[in-house]
Write a new protein. Structure first.
Ligand SMILES: [Mg+2]
Length: 260
């Protein structure tokens, strides 16, 4: 079988499960990567497909992102049935995990001023404040300027006690609580009583989610790079097509059961 037909076969099986849960990363998966993170809008076809999936019987949908919940909600209006999880799994729409204790709040303040200081070297850097972390974006900065600054983050603030470091595409993030997408996926799975998860993501932080998947779960890596996912798609366009196919397969299966 070709890789493509293997994925279609896996989707067909997934569509027939009792309570499937579809989880998508946001940037690079639903939204094409762009220079300005404030302008990273999702493909309309993907949002339409996720909304459709979430409206089907016994079918749950979540978007799990490194972004803060506020940021996610500002970029896209998802159907209210879609669960949103921000900050790599430390912010659930249900609200828990959002309050930091005093030492963590102080540490976060320190890290933020560290990064603000390092970012002054060039105004292309973006220091993004999130409820439990601070991210240093350097997508818009020329490599010759970005590299020394990122190295200064790695050898400086990133080494402070209690800091969890996550590196992604042109971003290094310093968090004061331990959260990863694998833990978030397991929590969502338990919360909704899913019998399988389909997880789609493009970045290094998505590997935490791929690592905890097990049969009959499906992991799909978007784009190039080493991965633990069993399947791969080329980009956000193919991701939209995959989601549209999943809507059709699930709808047809539920129709046959008299649940459509
Ligand atoms: Mg991503």
């Amino acid at each position: 079988m070709t890789a493509r037909s293997e994925l279609v076969a896996a989707l067909r099986g997934f569509a027939r499960l009792r309570a499937p849960l579809v989880i998508c990363d946001y940037d690079g998966t639903l939204a094409p990567l762009v220079d300005d993170p404030d302008c990273a809008f999702p493909l309309r076809e993907s949002v339409t497909a996720l909304d459709a999936l979430a409206s089907l019987a016994d079918t749950r949908v979540a978007v799990v992102s490194g972004r803060s919940l506020n940021d996610l909600a500002a970029l896209c209006r998802f159907a209210p049935e879609i669960m949103l999880v921000g900050s790599h799994g430390s912010e659930f729409t249900t609200g828990f995990d959002r309050d930091l204790d005093e030492p963590r709040r102080e540490l976060l303040q320190l890290l933020t001023s560290d990064l603000d200081r390092l970012a002054t070297a060039d105004d292309g850097f973006i220091v993004e404040r999130k409820p439990a972390s601070v991210a240093f974006h350097y997508r818009k900065v020329p490599p010759g300027l970005a590299e020394p600054a990122v190295e200064a983050v790695r050898t400086g603030p990133a080494t402070r006690a209690g800091v969890k470091v996550k590196e992604g595409k042109k971003v290094i993030e310093l968090a004061v609580i331990d959260a990863d997408k694998g833990t978030a996926v397991n929590r969502l799975r338990r919360q909704v009583g899913a019998d399988a998860v389909l997880f789609v993501g493009d970045d290094v932080t998505d590997e935490d989610a791929f690592a905890i998947l097990h049969s009959p779960d499906i992991g799909i890596k978007v784009g190039a790079g080493a991965t633990r996912a069993g399947h791969r798609l080329e980009g956000t366009g193919e991701t939209a097509e995959m989601l549209e196919m999943l809507v059709e397969l699930r709808r047809a299966w539920l129709d046959g059961l008299g649940k459509g």
